[in-house]
Design a protein around this ligand. Structure first.
Ligand code: NAD
Length: 476
């Protein structure tokens, strides 16, 4: 973003963008204004400053945890490490979590955390110190716990930070039997669930794949049905962007451009994602990847010719200054809030289909829910039924072989016999959630004649939250 545009975007309240989207949806919901105001408001904002000794200096660290909604407990949402973290951003991301959980039927209220640091320039030891101190601050104020508030990874954090959070919580929780469930996104060796790391990117893939199966929508943007051969651009090659790119590539989509902070690379015939990652690991940059063209102004990659654009880095990257230059027919919001409301209007007028963040990147929280359930049940998925399924399948195959008087080839037999592993169950739960979520939003859009998928997704979320309030009987 140019400096001029950047300062304009920064002046902007991210939270007010979400309020605008909420208000558009509220037009379709005939209930009392007071309840809508309650759903919109952030229930609790915890702002902390704590000292950490870094080298010989004491540094004061600014951090947040926001619980947007207590209509369901625990609250749930990632923790972001970025120098851009601020209260408005964390409040917005927490609100998005509330709507996201409602859409994918995950029984949590929304929350989010943030620490204002640049993890790229701080040593691992100091990131650990800051993470552990932040966790103890959350414990002090009762802002973390398996039934209270359960963090997860977000921009700038991953399994490593989650395992420090868990370890700090465990050491201060005096024998809490469910301590493992205080945070999700942990390494599998520490109570994590197989499939969490790639869940958000895989969810993005499932969501866009489903849209691409819809004849009516594909016709409206002049594309063929199916994902194969579609030209895709992805911004941000972190956890979400990398996994989304990998799954699109494996499904036969053509990744024509990848954009990172230092610049972007382009090849109209397609980039091999695994090779790009190898190149990034070896050289520290995606630039100068063989057989690709460098694009120095990384933001320009968003404006290249393509069918599907996946912003998977940060918010407000598509704004009123570049929206008219976007050539993609479909935008899949893998990041939270990548399209500003003004850009949303422009793109809508230009006929672009936007698949909104509150649905599309919900794969992470869905699989976090599976991890939380696994931690509370103290048993790995598939442990009880794997052998039983294998025995049943063996008997079934025996019957088939006997009645057909034919042997099934051993390799095929092995595939059929194998009972479900944890990763199979997690992925099938995620796929089902993403497909169902898409159709609920699409059906609502059609039945209420709602202008776009974002507003329909908000209507779906708000209706579900209203249902929960009614069940709780909070407002007689
Ligand atoms: P990450 O830190 O793993 O990766 C982000 C990547 O974006 C980094 O490689 C960074 O260098 C790159 N980046 C930053 N600014 C950029 C720019 N201007 N242009 C191009 N690349 C840029 O973060 P993540 O976990 O992948 O999160 C990405 C987005 O997805 C965030 O908006 C986050 O809130 C959202 N999200 C993440 C999850 C999750 O499970 N991690 C779940 C839901 C939503």
């Amino acid at each position: 973003m140019s400096k001029k545009n950047q300062s304009k975007a920064e002046a902007y309240s991210f939270f007010s963008c979400i309020e605008k989207n909420f208000d558009k949806a509220a037009r379709y919901i005939p209930i009392k204004k007071g309840l809508l105001e309650q759903i919109k408001a952030c229930n609790a904002v915890y702002r902390i400053h704590f000292p950490v000794k870094i080298g010989k200096e004491i540094q004061v660290i600014e951090a947040y945890r926001v619980q947007h909604s207590h209509h369901k407990l625990p609250c749930k949402g990632g923790i972001r490490y970025s120098i851009k973290v601020n209260q408005d951003e964390v409040m917005t991301l927490a609100a998005l979590m509330t709507y996201k959980c409602a859409i994918v039927d995950v029984p949590f209220g929304g929350a989010k955390g943030g620490i204002k640091i640049d993890p790229q320039i701080i040593s691992v030891e100091n990131i650990e110190k800051i993470t552990r101190r932040y966790t103890s601050e959350l414990i002090k104020k009762n802002f973390i716990g398996p039934g209270i508030d359960v963090p997860a990874p977000d921009y700038g954090t991953g399994e490593r930070e989650m395992s420090w959070i868990f370890d700090t919580f465990l050491s201060l929780s005096h024998g809490e039997v469910d301590a493992l469930a205080c945070v999700t996104g942990k390494p599998v060796s520490q109570g994590g669930v197989r499939g969490r790391k790639e869940a958000t990117g895989l969810g993005v893939f499932y969501g866009i794949r489903e849209l691409c199966q819809m004849k009516e929508e594909m016709l409206s943007v002049g594309l063929d049905v199916g994902l194969h051969g579609k030209k895709v651009i992805i911004q941000g090659l972190g956890n979400v962007g990398y996994h989304a790119a990998k799954f699109f590539h494996e499904a036969g989509a053509i990744i024509v451009a990848l954009a990172e902070m230092e610049g972007a690379i382009y090849n109209k015939k397609g980039l091999n994602v695994s090779n790009v990652i190898l190149h990034l690991k070896n050289t520290g940059s995606i630039l100068n990847f063989p057989e690709s063209k460098n694009i120095e102004d990384t933001e320009k990659a968003l404006e290249l010719e393509c069918d599907i654009l996946i912003p998977a880095a940060l918010e407000n990257v598509i704004h009123k200054y570049n929206a008219n230059r976007i050539k993609a027919k479909i935008i899949g919001e893998a990041a939270n809030g990548p399209v500003t409301p003004e850009a949303d209007d422009i793109l809508g007028k230009n006929g672009v289909i936007i698949v909104p963040d509150i649905y599309l990147n919900a794969g992470g929280v869905t699989v976090s829910y599976f991890e939380w359930l696994k931690n509370l049940s103290h048993v790995r998925y598939g442990r009880m039924e794997k052998r039983f399924s294998e025995n049943m399948n063996t008997e079934l195959l025996q019957v088939i072989e006997n009645s057909c008087r034919k042997k099934i080839p051993i390799e095929e037999k092995k595939m059929i016999l194998r009972g479900p592993r944890e990763i199979d169950l997690v992925r099938s739960g995620l796929e089902d959630t993403m497909i169902n979520g898409f159709h609920k939003i699409r059906d609502l859009k059609k039945s209420l004649k709602i202008e776009n998928l974002r507003t329909a997704a908000f209507v779906l979320a708000i209706n579900k939250i209203i249902d929960s309030y009614e069940k709780l009987g909070i407002f007689p």
